[in-house]
Design a protein around this ligand. Structure first.
Ligand code: GEK
Length: 246
């Protein structure tokens, strides 16, 4: 990224009332550092998006990057595919994210046809697309809205289209879940977060990020009409699925 990126220190000082997490200016400034140190496998997932697109994306098709934040998934696709291979629309609800994503995509890949729009993925009027990326975004929607969104994405995909869905997940087995969460906190500590930062971030995300089980994701994809979905990646309590529309 061309702009300066700051280290995430949002939850490093004791706050008497921890605010609900939101994607504001403060988060935008340190977002690349935050997501890299907080999401196990984030870089590997981005790297694989281009390879999945190379195999499954019809030449010239349209792609959505939903909840695009600063456009990292879009940049990863542009790094793997030539400009004529696809057109892309990034969508995000946060004006601060959209502004920075627009600047970044224009500076880094001026030859690729990529636009970023401010919008809510629950109400967007979707155009026919060959690939849809939901990279750690569905988890922020109220659980009762998730079925309808996945149904609309299935309808928007062209035959042969693919949906890539990456999410924080919860294990139905309580002991297995506890082990994954504890090792995830070790992962964050190893990446320089203090116990205070880990616990305050956890509180801020309560009721904002509500994870589903992998089973619930596959069942939802099937209900929406996807004849096939598989978990292609998992690292502790973070996973990525791919769903195919035949
Ligand atoms: C990446 N995909 O770097 N409509 C549109 N955007 C939304 C909505 C909504 N209803 N709700 C939340 N968002 C990115 C990372 S971050 C994940 C995605 C994280 C947006 C929100 O504004 C934020 O930018 C993004 O979803 C989630 O590959 O921060 O853990």
């Amino acid at each position: 990224m061309s702009d300066a990126s700051y280290r995430d220190a949002i939850f490093s000082t004791p706050l008497d009332r921890v605010a609900r997490f939101s994607f504001d200016e403060q988060v935008v400034a340190c977002f690349p550092d935050m997501i890299r140190r907080s999401v196990p496998g984030y870089g590997q997932i981005l790297g694989m998006l281009g390879l999945i697109a190379q195999r499954h994306l019809r030449h010239g098709a349209h792609v959505y990057d939903l909840g695009c934040s600063l456009g990292a998934a879009s940049l990863a696709l542009a790094g793997s595919l030539p400009p004529e291979a696809f057109r892309l629309t990034g969508v995000d609800l946060s004006p601060a994210m959209v502004a920075r994503a627009r600047e970044t995509l224009a500076a880094e890949c001026p030859d690729h046809a990529m636009e970023v729009i401010e919008g809510d993925i629950r109400t967007l009027d979707y155009r026919p697309s060959g690939m849809i990326v939901l990279n750690f975004t569905l988890q922020f929607l109220p659980p009762e809205d998730r079925d309808a969104v996945i149904g609309r994405l299935f309808a928007a995909l062209e035959p042969g289209g693919v949906l890539v869905l990456s999410e924080k997940v919860v294990d139905p087995d309580e002991a297995d879940n506890a082990w994954r969460v504890e090792r995830y906190h070790d992962f964050k500590r190893a990446n320089g977060y203090s116990d205070l930062e880990i616990s305050q971030k956890r509180t801020a995300l309560e009721n904002v990020l509500v994870p589903d089980t992998l089973e619930a994701h596959h069942a939802r994809l099937a209900r929406a009409g996807f004849p096939r979905s598989l978990t292609w990646f998992q690292y502790l309590n973070f996973a990525s699925l791919v769903a195919f529309k035949r």
